[in-house]
Design a protein around this ligand. Structure first.
Ligand SMILES: [Zn+2]
Length: 404
């Protein structure tokens, strides 16, 4: 406990730095009576955001052709996230800062379809709704459609050339994604992930609203297939052990292990965060992401949801080593090793909670203290003392996944 006291003291003493364990959920909180439009998210980074996907194995070959493009007609925009090199001076960003997931726009989601603008193709919403006032322009080589630019304006004639880094498609075709880089005139180098999903007509299941899921309180958000999660790249034996411990801590209770199907393995291959087939826990080195000027992101989980059923279609965890080491560096030398271990374990455990569908748990008692002890809270002092899923966290998972 003295270790935790020291750590909290140091973090608070630093004062202006807020450390955020972030989730970016593609389509969080959007499961209503009909799918609603998602709001774009923005993060700021120190340096070229392409470092976020450094070392990743990319697939630059498009799966789209003029002939198969109609397969993806009437898909919904499930999410768009952009990492910019530079922040806008004096402007707060839209990403989370310790509050409940934003409810965002409530406009009905538009359906996107391909149209031919010989010789090219446009993928655009059927009607322009809030935050969906752009189109994707594909060039047609004859053998494939390649994403070439993002276009805005009434006739989508104002286009910014982009470089596609990675195409991804779920094997069942229910989700497709594009990862691209470009240079924004004001905000510098940019990395953008854009994900679309096939609409589903069924609604999400609901349970007691005291359980907080990414789709909203009481709105069951879960994997329906076995979650094959991998520790990707070479984070080092100590970090890999902490990630393993963090994942397994959700599976140790008998009920949890029988209701959730998780298969944890390791691979040296890293896939980028937009990939919809693999689900990596990737350690990002020498790089900082900011929510706002005063915060650093310790970890991010990127989750893609079906906008109707809240089924999880894709997910990736990024562990931000530089941010975590910044915290470790505030500690006396003799406890840094154990602080490092605690903070990586805490972050991995928390992020895996997001990956399986849990939102933050910020419910408060009337005196302002945490209503439920939860690894999904920002109650760092408690969580460092016991960096494992608490009983409310486990109940939330069981309410979503079982009992079977
Ligand atoms: Zn979080």
């Amino acid at each position: 406990m003295s270790l935790n006291r020291a750590l909290m003291g140091a973090v608070m003493w630093c004062g202006r730095n807020i450390f955020v364990i972030a989730v970016f959920c593609f389509a969080c909180g959007k499961q209503k009576s009909e799918p609603t439009a998602v709001a774009p998210k923005t993060y700021f980074t120190h340096g070229d955001p392409a470092k976020l996907v450094e070392g990743a194995t990319m697939d630059t070959k498009s799966f789209l052709t003029a002939a198969n493009s109609t397969t993806y007609d009437n898909y919904l925009l499930a999410g768009i996230v952009t990492f910019y090199e530079k922040s806008e001076v004096g402007t707060a960003t839209s990403s989370e800062t310790g509050q409940e997931a934003s409810t965002g726009a409530t406009t009905a989601a538009a359906k996107w379809s391909f149209s031919s603008i010989t010789p090219d193709y446009l993928y655009k919403p059927e009607s322009v709704v809030e935050d969906q006032d752009f189109a994707l322009k594909f060039t047609n080589s004859g053998s494939e459609l390649s994403l070439a630019s993002i276009c805005v304006g009434a006739t989508y004639s104002d286009c910014t050339a982009i470089t596609v880094l990675h195409y991804s498609k779920r094997t069942d075709g229910r989700g497709i994604s594009f990862l691209a880089s470009y240079v924004d005139a004001e905000k510098g180098k940019a990395l953008v992930g854009i994900i679309f999903s096939k609409p589903s007509s069924s609604a999400s299941a609901t349970v007691d609203t005291k359980y907080k899921y990414l789709a909203g309180p009481g709105i069951v958000t879960k994997w329906k297939e076995t979650l094959g999660v991998q520790i990707c790249g070479s984070p080092g034996a100590e970090r890999a052990a902490e990630y393993t411990k963090g994942v397994n801590s959700w599976l140790t209770s008998g009920k949890l292990s029988s209701t959730m199907s998780v298969n944890l393995t390791s691979t040296t291959v890293i896939t980028p965060f937009t990939d919809l087939v693999s689900h990596c826990i990737t350690t990002i080195d020498n790089f900082l992401i900011e929510d706002q000027d005063s915060s650093s992101v310790m970890g991010i989980t990127l989750v893609t949801l079906d906008l109707g059923t809240a089924e999880i279609l894709g997910g990736q965890i990024l562990m931000m080593r530089t941010s975590l080491e910044k915290i470790v560096a505030t500690q006396p030398a003799d406890i840094q090793t154990s602080v490092r271990s605690d903070i990586f374990l805490l972050t991995a455990t928390h992020e895996f909670g997001h990956l399986i569908g849990l939102d933050h748990e910020f419910s408060k008692k009337s005196d302002g203290t945490q209503l439920y002890q939860s690894i999904m809270s920002y109650d760092t002092e408690t969580n460092l003392g016991s960096p494992i899923p608490q009983s409310h966290d486990k109940e939330s998972v069981v309410a979503a996944y079982g009992p079977i």
